[in-house]
Ligand binder design. Structure first.
Ligand code: M6R
Length: 611
């Protein structure tokens, strides 16, 4: 869950500043972790390492970093796993002689054994991390007579666990060595510069071609070349592995917005349009056939992607009468014995790197199930390892809190359901109208974004001092409520609980007293009983905000809601995709009103690659 960048540039490329490349790259990687940051550069005076706790901006305010000139350097932004966030635990880590520096993302499971062995060999460790052993292992094998790359490979072969590693060595100053196992790592290819990084957003400004490394691959970049081989030494022809990058620097810039999260919320009409037109160009026939013939369908995901999966599973059941179960991917073991040949497991993931989802899909494949990946990052491990891939093309999502990818995931799943309905000719489902409703989501999203800003801000002012809130819905409204509650929790640090509204009287209503905030998501389909739930809450003097279709604001909704977010008249499918938008805005404005940075929620990282 850390971010890595390394670059090797030509000595005469005056247009490329070492400090600028590192700073911009690390800032784009900050979403992966922001406990601490650091860089190591090979300058004409030797290795320079600067690191500290805190943000990338803080690191780059240090005078000693500003004057660095180097053609080869690495950087790291950390989300602590082994060792608390501190200056000594920040990466890069060096060997005893400070001639080798490494940055690592992942977990070295056998680091205690390695550390013990290296200590008996006289190595002195400066940090509490698992990662530092890598630098000392390389040093150990160099001392035994190996050349730098051989020593690096030998060191990597001793590691157990997950890793993306970059290493620089002052005895071979034009190269960055790299290795990958489980944790993502990409090579960026520009004319004057080569990169190795956890994410293409770090180098998109300078490189338009990319190679996605596979598990078990090692190699090095230099300003002129990229060399990749398997850990057992078989050279790999990279020509067939190079892909073009279709995202641009604008896609990863905040532009005029104060936060990435707001930018991405506001981008939803465009992202939905992109996802829809991309789906139209994809040949989904094999995927649809697999789903039609499936013995059983499981949808596995985490966090926001899980909430979109719940929406998908309800749609399979409700519109098609097909049994589909959404599961939190880390809980896949609950069903894994039941998964068999003939089943289809859909993995939904923005990053395509979430380890829990990846492992669930791997297990499903081992059991003989077919796997389908719905991902935003088409270069991801989940995309590469699945039998079929549906890329969403919502554009890069940088903010830790997922927003536009939730709406794109919801659209993608409803699109699949509409396609299946079309092929099955289900009597009471008008597949054509359904597709029309899905397509309308981007216009309606625009309308919602234009009309709900002020009311979202007013609700945020109400929530700002609260400790707790309920988010309630029924049927399709439940996953939307769950997603709204997750947003409030993760960026505004307010405890928010979502559950089916009918459950209130079975326990949770005991907490409700005067002014307790309750947000109702009223979709206007299969959830008319929500009126009774609104009444129940009002009877306990709760403060009620209801999201409701403007043409259905009557009865208890009108009478007992303290505030109503009136949503534009729209088909059901559009409502399912877009009703999350005001909840995203409420969470965003609440975090801002509390003086928090919504882009950097505490303890969280965008991509979770540890179990
Ligand atoms: O990349 P993924 O969609 O697999 O990520 C899953 C979750 O980690 C992610 O949705 C997380 O819950 C976000 N912080 C939600 O805003």
């Amino acid at each position: 869950m850390c971010g890595i960048i390394g670059f090797a540039k030509k000595g005469d490329s005056t247009s490329l500043s070492c400090v600028e490349i590192l700073k911009q790259g690390l800032k784009r990687l900050e979403y992966r972790g922001y406990d601490s940051a650091g860089i190591a550069a090979l300058t004409k005076n030797g290795m320079v390492v600067v690191k500290d706790v805190g943000t990338v901006d803080k690191l780059f305010s240090y005078p000693e970093i500003q004057s660095i000139e180097a053609n080869v350097a690495i950087g790291h932004t950390r989300w602590a796993t082994h060792g608390r966030p501190s200056k000594i635990n920040a990466h890069p880590h060096t060997d005893c002689e400070k001639g080798i520096a490494i940055a690592h993302n992942g977990i070295i499971e056998n680091y205690i054994d390695l550390k013990r062995f290296l200590s008996t060999e006289g190595h002195v460790f400066s940090s509490e991390t698992d990662s530092e052993v890598i630098a000392h292992l390389i040093e150990h094998f160099k001392k035994a007579g190996m050349k730098p790359f051989e020593a690096f490979k030998k060191a990597v072969s001793m590691l157990r666990g997950s890793y993306a590693i970059v290493a620089i060595d002052s005895s071979e100053p034009d190269k960055i060595f790299f290795a990958r196992n489980v944790s993502p790592l990409l090579i960026g290819i520009g004319e004057e510069v080569k990169f190795v990084s956890s994410d293409l957003t770090a180098f998109i400004k300078y490189a338009k071609r990319v190679i996605v490394l596979k598990d078990g691959e090692v190699g090095y970049i230099s300003p002129e070349s990229v060399h990749i081989e398997s850990i057992d030494g078989i050279a790999i022809d990279i020509s067939s592995r190079i892909s073009s990058i279709d995202a641009s620097i604008q896609d990863v810039d905040k532009g005029e917005y104060p936060h990435y999260m707001l930018k991405e919320i506001m981008e939803q009409p465009y992202a939905l349009a992109q996802t829809f037109s991309s789906l139209q160009t994809q040949d989904l026939s094999d995927i649809l056939r697999e789903l039609e013939n499936a013995r059983r369908i499981y949808i596995v995901a985490a966090g926001t992607s899980y909430h979109a999966s719940l929406l998908g599973a309800i749609s399979f059941k409700r519109f098609l009468g097909i049994e589909a179960e959404a599961l939190i991917s880390s809980e896949f073991r609950v069903v894994s014995r039941a998964v068999k040949w003939g089943d289809v497991v859909i993995g939904v993931s923005q990053s395509g790197e979430t380890i829990d989802t990846l492992l669930a899909l791997r297990e499903a494949r081992e059991k003989g199930a077919k796997t389908i990946a719905i991902v935003n990052n088409q270069f991801s491990t989940i995309a590469r390892e699945s039998d079929y891939v549906i890329p969403m093309r919502a554009g890069p999502e940088i903010a830790v809190a997922a927003t536009k990818t939730f709406t794109s995931q919801a659209l993608t799943m409803l699109y699949i359901v509409a396609k299946l309905a079309e092929r099955a000719s289900i009597i009471d489902v008008d597949a054509k109208a359904m597709m029309q409703g899905i397509k309308m989501s981007y216009e309606i999203a625009e309308n919602i974004l234009n009309t709900t800003q002020d009311i979202a801000k007013a609700i945020a002012r109400k929530l700002v001092d609260k400790q707790s809130a309920y988010y309630l819905g029924r049927v399709f409204g439940v996953p939307i409520a769950m997603e709204g509650a997750l947003k409030l929790k993760e960026i505004a640090y307010i405890h928010a609980e979502a559950y089916p509204a009918g459950e209130s009287k079975h326990g949770p209503i005991a907490l409700v007293e005067k002014d307790f905030p309750v947000v109702f998501v009223y979709i206007g389909f299969l959830d008319e009983h929500i009126e009774g739930n609104i009444e129940e809450m009002k009877a306990r003097e709760a403060w009620i905000a209801t999201i409701a279709p403007e043409n259905m604001v009557h009865g208890s909704v009108a009478r007992y809601s303290d505030t109503i977010i009136k949503m534009p008249r729209a088909p059901l499918e559009t409502r399912l995709i877009t009703y999350i938008i005001p909840l995203q805005l409420i969470a965003y404005y609440t975090a801002v009103a509390k003086g928090l940075d919504p882009d950097k929620p505490r303890n969280l990282a965008k991509t979770v690659t540890v179990i």
